[in-house]
Design a protein. Sequence first.
Length: 457
Amino acid sequence: IIDYTGMMVSEQNSKGFAKEDLLGLQSKLDEAQTNLHALRDSGKLDFSLLLPEMLAQLPELCAYADEVAAKFENFVVLGIGGSALGPLAVQQALNHYYYNELLPDQRSNRPRFYVLDNIDPVRFKELGQVLDPRKTLYNVISKSGNTSETMAQFLIVRDYLRHFCGESYADHIVVTTDQQKGNLLPIALKEGFKRFVIPSGIGGRFSELTPVGLLAAAICGIDVEQLLAGALEMDRRIRETKGVFANPAQLKSALSYLSWQKGKKISVFMPYVDGLKTMADWYAQLWAESLGKRYDRTGKAVSLGQTPVKALGVTDQHSQVQLYAEGPDDKVITFLTLEEFKDTQGIPVDSALPEDIQFLGGKTLEELLFAEQKATEYALTLAGRQHQKIILSALTPFNIGQLLLLLEWETAYMGELFNINAFDQPGVEEGKNGTYGLMGRAGYEAKKQAIKEFGQE
Ligand code: PA5
C-alpha cells in the first residue's frame, strides 16, 4: 500500500499537492511508460525483462545453494555497491535479526552470512580472525570483474585459501560475474571456480534479483521463489496498469518529481523496522547513482538528482526528525512500515510505578512503535512537511520482491521524467579509473598524471 495522504493538501497542511497536480503529469507519465516499454521490447530493460529467466534458473541455483549450505559454516560475499547492498538488504529483511548468532539448527543449518564490501584493512583482517577458511565459502561478485576493491579482496582470500586448503581451495570460491567480459572470468575458468552469470545488460544496483542476490539468499535459506514471485507480480502490475492513481510506479515517481520541482532536494528513506535498515542503503544507492546526473539525454548540462538520506524510525526521531520538522523545507520523507511484525513483545504492568510510566504497562512494543510513527507523521504534517508511506503487510519474501521492483521501476520512471539515462554511472566510473591510475594499472598512466597535477597524490 502506498499511503500518500501526507503529500497532499489538507486542513493541516496547505502546502501539499492537489489531485490535479498529479493528473497534470499524466501525459508525461504516459510518455515515460511508452518509452520504458519500447526499451523493454528492444531487450534493454533487463531488471524487468529477466525475471522469468531468473525463475527458470532457480532449480540449478537452489541445488548448488543446498549443496554448499550443507558443507560450509560460513558464507562471505566479496563485492561492493550493487554487488553487495542487495544481498545484505534482503538477508537482513528476511532472516532472524541475529541470524549469525543463532545455533546452526536454529538457522536450519545454513551458513553464517557476511558481506565484505569496504576495504578497511582492520575489518578485513578481523573477519579473517573469526572465520575458519576451511569452513568458509566466498562468493566473489563483480559484474565488471575489474573493481579494485573486490579484486584486491579476492586475491587476498585466494592466497589465504591456498595456504589453508591446499589443492581444494577452488571449492571455496564461487564467482558471480559477466558471461564474457572482465578479468575475473578467465581466472574463474582457469582455476575451476563454480560460476554464476550476471546478465550483461543489467546494472549493479538493479541486479539483486539475478544470481547476485538470489544465490546469497538461497544459501541463507530464503525462499527465492517467493522473492521472484513478488517481483514478477509487481512488475506485471506496473507494466499493465495505466493512470497515475492505479499504477504504483507512476504514482511514486509523480510524487517524487513534483516534490523535486517544489525544491525538495533531499529524499529521506525511513524504515520503521530494524530489518529494513539496510534496505535504506540499497535504496540510497539506487536513487543516487541512477538519478544524480550532470547531463540529460540531449547532452545539456542539467545537474539533476535528489540526495537520498537514510534514517531509521524510531531511532532517528531522537536525532534527525528535529531537522525534518523545523529545518529547511527541502526534504520529502518516505516511511516504510509493516502492518504486522512477525513477533510481538508485551510491556509488563506494574501498578506500583509512578502513574506517568504506568501508561506503558499492558501495551506492546509494536503499539508504541506504531504510535510514535503516527505521531511523527502528524507532527510533520503540522509543520507543513511532506511525507508518504509504503506499507508492507508483513516481512515476507513475496513482499520484499514487490518492494524491490516498485523502487526499481520508480527510479526508471524518474529517469524518463528527468530525461536522463538512469542506467549508467559515469561519475562512479571516473573514480574507478582514477584509482586504477594511482595504483599503477597499465593503460591508466594519463589518469595518474592528471591526478598528480591536480595535487591529490
Ligand atoms: O550500480 C553499479 O553499477 C555499481 O554500484 C557497481 O555495482 C559497483 O561499482 C561494483 O561494480 P562491479 O560489480 O562491476 O564490481
